[in-house]
Design a protein around this ligand. Structure first.
Ligand code: ARG
Length: 563
């Protein structure tokens, strides 16, 4: 928060040679109770150095620490408590936000360096699962946060478009498929064929053999096999793009697993040259025994390459192409071992950039406490879920605000926003419970609640035709305003935390607390009352609207100005 830096600087000036400004900054706390001021500095460590008791050091420091930004500095036991000058600080913060607008909170940590972020990455010819939804929502938000921190994010959709399953699918299509039917509802039909393959393979052992053969043909570039694969890929991608459009998510690259087909041999040769490859039961592997991990499978005994081979190759390719400062994989926690193995093999290959690779795992989506599954026919079609959320949002808008213009656009923003927020308010590592009814509520810890608070702020600004933010601001010193101001000053550090911890949830929970303070303020103050503080109060409202909107944008959500 504003003032914290200054307080740390002043304390550091009084303790020269003992503590640096950064060391003081780390120790500064935010007191729990308002009576204890806005900032507090504990003197225990100084007591050891100066061999005095902490309380007398606190007393001494309190009398010496002065600034026009502090209304008073006092000691309380071993603490130096600082009360900020509300008027002065609020005036400055509001002016800063009004000038910077949505750039407020932007940081320069990344210095324009590139970060590749591998997210969403669904498997073609299969439904887009709830897990892929989480990856999409978390990855998109994290990419936005990276950019807010000054990185150039490169969004990569590593489509699952290669692997033995396509041999099986081609086999099934040849046996039971029908072009017309597949064209009508591609993913559903392809999934049916895939499921049928596994059912029939239990009694007909030839099917597995045939499937392997087709995959081998595919890997060898057989024209017929490739044509079918290409078609499956296209129709699947069309459906996925429909979902991305609803979610308003874009990618810089759709180079999936198949993209690395002609690049894997090089990786295998490299592993060989480095003496890392060994044979086990006919398959080629990299042993990770010394790390107490199972081996990383590189090539099967029948010559087929694997998921890991493609990920190794992709990492090497991406580093060459982008020279990334960091490379992030937003993939479910069930693949943690896979990424551990990949990162280790790259390290063994001597790539020092292997330390810049990061797996961001996440938990499951649950419904009534159980994992939502797309397997075994229990298909939850994501697009239907999204459309249902939009329809429910439309219904509640119809009840609350029937004359609203742009109703369907707002319903879209609110319905989709509810799903995104429900996911992102939770620590990515935890599971999230999926309930459309509760995530669409306009009160409580929901996306619509945050969006509604933003719309409320916009509506006040619309009513105040007198307000132009160029008017000179006075600053505000009452408690309800101060609580909002304090929250607003927290935004830049929340951006930084969400980046450092790779947790969009830091932004989501921050927005909830900002909205709570703003709504308290709204309930307590006659904002539009004509007095000499009107412009300052309206500026506060505008600043809250700016920060909420920017926070929502980082999460990948829209902020309708009316709802
Ligand atoms: N397609 C994979 C799956 O659905 C996820 C791919 C994640 N990205 C990667 N580079 N492995 O399980």
């Amino acid at each position: 928060m504003k003032g914290k830096q200054l307080f740390a600087k002043k304390i550091a000036e009084e303790t020269i040679g003992v503590l640096t400004e950064d060391e003081v900054l780390e120790k500064v706390e935010f007191p729990k109770y308002q009576e204890q001021g806005d900032l507090a500095f504990p003197c225990f460590e100084l007591a050891k150095v100066y061999k005095k008791n902490p309380a007398s050091i606190a007393t001494e420091l309190a009398t010496k620490t002065k600034s026009s930004y502090f209304s008073k500095v006092v000691s309380e036991g071993p603490y130096v408590n600082c009360f900020l000058n509300k008027k002065h600080v609020s005036k400055e913060v509001l002016a800063e936000i009004l000038t910077k607008k949505e750039a407020y909170g932007s940081l320069t940590i990344g210095q324009g360096e590139k970060v590749t972020i591998d997210f969403s990455s669904p498997n073609i010819a299969k439904p887009f699962s709830m897990g892929h939804l989480r990856s999409t929502v978390i990855g998109n938000a994290y990419a936005n946060i990276l950019e807010k921190c000054g990185y150039k994010a490169i969004r990569i959709n590593h489509l699952g478009d290669w692997g033995t399953q396509f041999g099986k699918l081609i086999t099934a299509y040849h046996r039971w498929g029908n072009e017309q039917i597949v064209r009508q509802d591609p993913i559903k039909e392809l999934l049916k064929l895939y499921v049928r393959f596994h059912e029939e393979a239990e009694v007909d052992s030839m099917l597995e053999v045939e499937g392997r053969l087709w995959f081998r043909k595919l890997e060898q570039g057989d024209k017929k096999a490739l044509e079918l694969w290409q078609w499956f890929r296209e129709v699947s991608l069309d459906e996925f793009k429909g979902i991305y459009k609803l979610l308003n998510v874009t990618f810089d690259s759709y180079s999936g697993e198949a993209f690395y087909n002609d690049k894997m041999e090089e990786t295998i040769q490299l592993l060989k040259r480095e003496g890392l490859l060994s044979t086990s039961q006919g398959a080629e592997i990299v042993s990770l025994e010394e790390h107490s991990l199972p081996p990383c499978l590189i090539r099967k005994s029948d010559g087929a390459t694997l998921y890991a081979t493609r990920d190794l190759t992709a990492a090497i390719y991406r580093h060459k192409k982008y020279q990334f400062a960091k490379s992030v994989y937003v993939v479910g926690q069930e693949q943690s071992l896979h990424f551990q193995q990949i990162f280790l093999v790259l390290r063994k290959l001597g790539f020092n950039w292997a330390s810049q690779l990061e797996h961001l795992p996440f938990g499951f989506i649950l419904q009534n406490g159980k994992k939502m599954s797309t397997r075994k026919g229990k298909v939850v079609l994501l697009e239907n879920v999204l459309r249902e959320a939009i329809a429910m949002a439309e219904k509640s808008i119809e009840e609350k605000n029937p004359t609203l213009q742009n109703k369907s656009k707002v319903a879209h923003d609110v319905g989709i926003g509810a799903i995104i927020f429900q996911d992102l308010k939770t620590d990515p590592q935890h599971s999230v419970e999926f309930s459309l009814e509760s995530m669409l509520r306009f009160e409580g810890a929901t996306g619509p609640y945050v969006q509604y608070t933003h719309a409320r702020a916009c509506s006040i600004l619309r009513k105040s035709n007198r307000y132009k933010n160029s008017e000179s601001l006075d600053g505000l010193s009452d408690e309800p305003s101060w609580s909002v101001v304090k929250k607003l000053t927290d935004f830049p550090s929340k951006v930084q935390e969400s980046y450092e911890q790779a947790k969009p949830s830091e932004i989501a929970t921050y927005l909830l607390s900002l909205c709570r303070e703003f709504n308290k303020y709204y309930a307590h103050c006659k904002i539009l009352h004509e007095d000499n503080q009107l412009a300052s109060r309206l500026a506060l409202v505008e600043c809250a609207a700016i920060v909420i909107k920017e926070g929502l944008r980082l999460l990948g959500m829209q902020a309708p100005s009316e709802m």
